[in-house]
Design a protein around this ligand. Structure first.
Ligand SMILES: [Zn+2]
Length: 471
């Protein structure tokens, strides 16, 4: 049984998808006005774990993640840099996609861009207008009449009592304690991009974008909608109001929200000087998989305190996994297996699955994984061919769930094997000048020689990629 904490009910609930065996998942994508920061990536990595986990349980997941390429922030950015909106946002969209790839976040099944979905947004607003929920105000923009949707506030638990009739907000992000009528379609302003609509030229509000894209690609009722906790109000509250008022159906069955990230115990902000993008960390030489682990290692509903010590610890853990995998692969492919035992790693995989079934208890799952790796290390010298192959398979399964890229290299190339065997011979003959030269030759081929203790075979390990940071 899988259980998730549903923000809508405030409870842990058993997860059963609407259609057996299939899961529809919508995650709010980036607003492409800047490089995404590590707080954003904490949410994206959590969502990636969620999806990978569901897939590992046999579900076929249809994952839609939007790209917000028109909103207040992207327009302001494009104007500031004197670029067209498309020119401005395509740069940051590509940067975002590169970063996601670097962190091994799976690409969504469908990735709609808001600017490509304007007709669906116009249809949805038109429908809300027909139902008497959307209205055009004297400023030329179209607003959502919050008082017409009785369920308003059910996700964020905000009460509508204080709502002043007619209070309106025309910006995408706001922190009103009370719900105010929010903008669905903004009348065109001088110098801003605009599209034709039944209400005149203008552009969509941010909230309608997600409702329209989510329902267009996943249907009127979806299984899971996830995002950062900062999106609960007003963004997700407004998504519910828009979608449910239009369809009369429940919009989302499970709402999952990741808590925020702190850097050295403080809220990340440019003014504090602790604002970190993924690129800042890669620039300093940090391994992306260590960053991925550090971002994933704390339960998604707890706030994560990101520190360099934490990152160092994550690096050591990734290194430990990496070394263990290289040892298994080397012993298997360099024909140095032991006399004959096997390890039962199916039990560990099942335990990881059970840990994650409880609202993605990642701390528990990672502890189980570490225990299994320690176990493999302890038995390495005795493992048979089948035993070693089982370990390699284990790391592949671990990668599918955690995305750590440990087992990305499936085999040692024949030319590396050949040089390694010359290297071992040179060492036996105590020809160290030659063995040093051969070690270097192997390094140039992208592999690192690791000498075993006396009586132990030498092994090779693929050197982890050096990250080329594109700016
Ligand atoms: Zn959204």
């Amino acid at each position: 049984m899988i259980r998730f904490h549903n923000t809508l009910t405030g409870r842990l609930e058993e997860f059963t998808p609407l259609v057996p065996g299939r899961v529809s998942l919508y995650t709010c994508g980036p607003t492409v006005y800047h490089y995404a920061h590590i707080g954003n990536f904490r949410t994206f990595v959590f969502e990636d774990l969620l999806r990978r986990y569901l897939e590992s349980r046999g579900y076929q997941v249809t994952h839609v993640m939007n790209v917000t390429d028109v909103d207040d922030k992207t327009i302001a950015g494009a104007i500031r840099e004197k670029k067209s909106l498309g020119e401005y946002t395509s740069f940051y969209t590509q940067a975002f996609l590169d970063d996601m790839k670097t962190l091994h976040v799976l690409a969504p099944t469908i990735r709609p861009h808001a600017t490509g979905e304007i007709p669906a947004m116009i249809r949805l607003i038109g429908d809300l207008e027909k139902k008497g929920i959307a209205y055009k105000a004297e400023d030329g923009s179209v607003y959502y009449r919050v008082s017409r949707f009785p369920g308003y506030g059910k996700l964020s638990k905000k009460k509508l009592d204080g709502n002043i009739a007619g209070a309106r907000v025309d910006v995408d992000e706001y922190e009103k304690e009370e719900g105010a009528d929010f903008v669905l379609w903004k009348a065109a302003k001088e110098g801003e991009p605009a599209w034709d609509s039944p209400w005149g030229r203008g552009r969509p509000g941010w909230h309608i974008e997600c409702s329209a894209m989510c329902m267009r690609y996943l249907g009127e009722t979806i299984d899971i909608h996830a995002g950062g906790e900062d999106l609960v109000f007003p963004h997700h509250e407004n998504e519910i109001a828009q979608s449910e008022a239009s369809t009369g159906k429940a919009f989302v069955r499970y709402w999952l929200h990741a808590k925020h990230l702190l850097v050295n115990g403080e809220k990340m902000s440019k003014s504090r000087g602790n604002f970190l993008t993924l690129r800042d960390l890669l620039d300093k030489g940090h391994d992306p998989m260590a960053i991925r682990l550090a971002l994933m290692s704390v339960h998604y509903r707890a706030s994560l305190n990101f520190t360099l010590d934490g990152l160092k610890e994550a690096r050591e853990i990734i290194e430990k996994f990496d070394n263990c995998y290289s040892q298994c692969l080397s012993r298997l492919q360099l024909a140095a297996p032991g006399a004959g035992s096997e390890l039962d790693l199916k039990g560990a995989l099942e335990e990881i699955g059970t840990d994650l079934a409880e609202d993605l208890n990642v701390a528990s799952a990672l502890a189980t994984l570490q225990k299994a790796v320690t176990e493999i290390n302890a038995h390495l010298a005795q493992l048979s061919v089948t035993g070693l192959a089982g370990c390699v398979e284990f790391f592949r399964a671990v990668d599918r769930v955690f995305g750590f890229d440990i087992a990305a290299v499936a085999g040692i190339p024949a030319d590396v094997k050949m040089v390694l065997s010359d290297y071992v011979e040179a060492r036996k003959a105590k020809d160290f000048a030659r063995s040093d030269a051969l070690r270097k030759q192997i390094a140039d081929q992208g592999w690192l020689v690791k000498d075993g203790r006396p009586g132990e075979p030498s092994s090779v390990k693929k050197i982890r990629r050096v990250w080329d940071v594109k700016k």
